[in-house]
Design a protein around this ligand. Sequence first.
Ligand SMILES: *Cc1c(COP(=O)(O)O)cnc(C)c1O
Length: 395
Amino acid sequence: MNPLDANDPLARYRERFLPTPGLISYLDGNSLGRPLAASVERVETFLREEWAGKLIRGWDDGWMSQPLTVGDELGRVALGAAPGQVAIGDSTTVLLYKTIRAALDARPDRTEIAIDLENFPTDRYLVEGIASDRGLTVRWVDTDPAAGVTPELVAAAVGPDTAVTLFSSVAYRSGFLAEVEAITALVHDAGALTIWDLSHSVGSVPTPLDDWGVDLAVGCGYKYLNGGPGAPAFLYVRRDLQGSLRQPIQGWLGSRTPFEMGQGYEPAEGIRGWLSGTPPMVGLQAMRDMIALIDEVGLDAVRTKSVALTKYAIALVDEHLPTATLASPRDAARRGGHITVDHPRFAELLPGLWASGVIPDFRRPDGLRLGPSPLSTSYAEVEAGVLAIRDALGE
Ligand SMILES: *Cc1c(COP(=O)(O)O)cnc(C)c1O
């Protein structure tokens, strides 16, 4: 047994996840989390007792409130958010669209949106589209691909014309962990609003949003929250902004009185006004188990193991992959839950690795991304993964 596993206080939680046949090393928990065994039971119970048992009566018997009650749980366990500020629903892409539009409408005299060139494609594409719709300017922050947005870079990019900024707390490729609080403060000094994409941090890195004064945040439900492929995303809107910001997708379930089916849209008060359509009831079940597990373990303990796993991965890369280049921060304080390693041959090696049960993912131009989800990944698995990459390279 790997001695790091023998001394790992969180090692036993690995057994709570469903086995995958032939799996040697899963290093992509940052892209799609593994299923918890508890979720099989929860989803089955939902189908049998809630869906079959209640049929349409379920909407009057608890379903309608779940996007907000699960949101509150997520807020408490992983986001440092007091109740009434987090909702589950839609995809990350759609929620980013809602928040960008709402923020722009709140700063009608300003003409710029700031975003970094290394941000996730959906974030960049949305900003490009909205800017062109509205005749606004995109202020591209030119980040180092092996690092990410720093207070210095952001300070140079924002000013009296900036309406809103959109950055990721953890960069999807490099894993760079941004100084969210400092950047938020300096964007506020410029009179603009911040949107943080938490997709690659939620569930692995603590982000106390209330304490940090974040305005708006959005994140993914299927990465470190293990909600399953295509699970709904979540949205955070700071309470004191909820009255003044207005989201653009005016659906019936965000209206004040959905079941009156009346004329004219009036938004519901509070975070419910940020919903649009029917809540994804089946889709939001599995993440409830991961939220409960993170609550049981404690997010700080999860982060501690996450840092140790990536530190171990970097040490193994240094030792065994001398011709590869680390494209992620060595400083643990600036690193999220995954790392990327570049090598010109990685694209051609990936299919063979996957076929052998070693599963990192590939990110252009030549990076293998290693994302050991802290509660489902052992140190032995990280070691087996790096050694398999070494063997594939013939080093
Ligand atoms: C995974 C990810 C997304 C995904 O958006 P979807 O709408 O779920 O496809 C968006 N942004 C970031 C930063 C991500 O890591």
